[in-house]
Design a protein. Structure first.
Length: 135
């Protein structure tokens, strides 16, 4: 169900993606599959940001926080910061967004995740003039 949700996200249908993630959360056993729960909550946060439902996205990020703390790999932390940056940007907190984008980009680069790093750079171009720094 999460893979189907990701497919809907790629096709630009965030509403369907969100509905599928919510359904999948009811089916995942958190104690047996904490990483899958983290993936679901992360994807849900990102989809909610896409629809401008920033407070709901923030709530999902808070719910996922203990799992982000448990799984400290740079790629996971990069993803956490990337979504947090998108939330901060949507709320008009541009300096915070910029700092989070840069940290996410650095974490992706540290593990050779250049594609993700490039996508973060692309998101950074939406920052208002004066908030962008060369990376």
């Amino acid at each position: 169900m999460l893979k189907l949700s990701a497919a809907y996200n790629i096709m630009g249908d965030s509403k369907t993606a969100i509905a599928l993630v919510y359904q999948s959360l009811d089916l995942i056993e958190p104690l047996r599959e904490p990483r899958v729960v983290l993936c679901a909550l992360h994807n849900l946060s990102d989809d909610l940001v896409t629809l401008g439902r920033l407070m709901e996205a923030q709530k999902m990020q808070s719910r996922a926080q203990p799992l982000y703390q448990r799984f400290r790999e740079p790629r996971i932390q990069g993803r956490r910061r990337w979504v947090a940056a998108k939330i901060a940007y949507g709320l008009g907190r541009y300096q915070e967004a910029e700092a989070l984008f840069i940290r996410a980009q650095n974490e992706f680069s540290s593990v050779g995740a250049e594609f993700e790093s490039l996508l973060v750079s692309q998101d950074m171009t939406s920052l208002p003039a004066g908030q962008q720094k060369a990376s």
